[in-house]
Design a protein around this ligand. Sequence first.
Ligand code: FES
Length: 251
Amino acid sequence: MAQPLEPTARSDGHNAAKSKPYWVEPVITMVILGVWVLYSLWEVLFHNTGTYHNYVSPYFSPGVGDWFGWHVLDALYVAWVPLLFRFSCYYYRKEYYRGFFWDPPACYAVDKPRPRYSGETKWPLAFNNLHRYAWYLALIVLIFLWKDAVEAFFFKNGFGVGVGSLILLVNAILLTFYTFSCHAFRHMVGGKKDCYSCDGKPTTSYKLWNRVSQWNTLHGTWAWASLASVWAADLYIRLLIMGVIHDVRLF
Ligand code: FES
């Protein structure tokens, strides 16, 4: 059975392995994602609206329930898209496989609970290979979230800026970075090519792939930041609807 590697001493006296044990990150992931899933279940299963005047919660947008006159569990008609996108995300897979399944709990330098690891070649984890298709659905939802962000600046008495307007705008920006830094999108715009200049054509795809690659280096950051912004936007609007807080108009 493999044993955890001994911490490596560095010449400057700093011991990287000792400063952060391998299990810290999985445990933090487990706590944050666990609380978020519970919150999302509460939001989706116990509420039928996410609209407060010109603010629309990202859990309820687009308003599919309104389009068809279905007003039971309205958020369920759309919330599955960002959930599928997020839970099949390559970055989140690493995080929650480690945090919830402990399989593997970290890189192969630490032990694993079972000898065989089939990854995503078998059901049910093979389901995560739908990620590339979930990207297109997430893009449609993102377009609606941008529409909501713009409309959040238009109140009954005209243009204005409220705290909710800013939260929804920041949320749309962070989700844009998260969506367009996606590994699958990077592959779509150029990652699948072996040579950018072999056909003698201008290498627009190379430039695009390069830009996406830059964003992609921070994909984990965009993933957590956008999760926090979605959560904050929904919670803010929920508290407004419940009358717990009042929106602050900046002007
Ligand atoms: S890999 Fe994370 S959103 Fe695609």
